[in-house]
Design a protein around this ligand. Structure first.
Ligand SMILES: [Zn+2]
Length: 227
């Protein structure tokens, strides 16, 4: 019996591998929330920005919506009052590195330094340590994901990228934003684009009309099973 038990079947090994991927080896990342729930997350990257953040926050507050802002450390450092505005408005604040660099080009120590430095800026301003991290450009590899996890973060990617940073005409942006949305969607937007600000009220109203609940992306992170 013992010798037999020592050898796992390929099915067991596969099941274990899948289980590992879903747990640790598996990169601790979120692309989409639970698709059984009619919910959506709006995420704004690259701020804070003095010309845009206050406008975005005002629109979100008018519609009683909370969103997630993946801030760049050096921007947060330059505009701490905007970070405080986000915090005071109930927005979720995530880490988008200090210098907005492609982390896959860095060694492990430099990756950690980029993430830690941004986290430290956020912590100094808000008094709390962020737990969400988004790699600039979505560029990550297993090292990036593992460093982020070691530093206490969930890596957050996205399901919808309307490409607002390239400032397409509003009609194009509207079509990209309004047609592909589905349950658990995580929408990538940017804090620093006029077209996004202009379309935001309509986007929110449209999502609400279609029955979506709009949540900060952190709410989509799976909860650990209760023992
Ligand atoms: Zn970015």
């Amino acid at each position: 019996m013992l010798t037999h038990e020592a050898y796992k079947s390929p099915a067991d090994l596969l099941a274990q591998d899948i289980a590992e991927q879903r747990q640790n080896i598996a990169l601790r990342k979120l692309i989409r929330g639970d698709t059984k729930r009619r919910w959506i997350a709006l995420t704004f990257d690259d701020g804070p920005h003095p010309n845009y953040t206050p406008k975005i926050v005002a629109i979100l507050r008018q519609h009683n919506v909370r969103a997630t802002f993946f801030v760049v450390g050096k921007m947060a450092e330059k505009y701490p009052n905007l970070v405080r505005l986000l915090q005071a408005s109930g927005m979720e604040i995530g880490n988008h590195t200090y210098d907005h660099v492609n982390l896959t080009k860095l060694n492990e120590g430099a990756i950690a330094a980029e993430i830690e430095r941004c986290g430290e800026v956020i912590r100094r301003i808000t008094g709390s340590q962020p737990t969400l991290f988004r790699p600039p450009g979505g560029d990550y590899n297993p090292t990036v994901a593992r460093v982020a996890e070691r530093l206490g973060y969930w890596m957050v990617l996205w399901t919808d990228d309307p490409g607002d940073y390239a400032q397409p005409p509003e009609s194009v942006l509207r079509r990209r934003l309004f047609t592909n949305i589905s349950n658990g969607g995580v929408i990538l937007l940017h804090d620093g684009v006029s077209e996004t600000v202009n379309l935001l009220p309509q986007l929110i109203e449209n999502l609400h009309k279609e029955g979506y609940e709009i949540v900060p992306v952190g709410e989509m992170i799976p909860k650990p099973p209760t023992p």
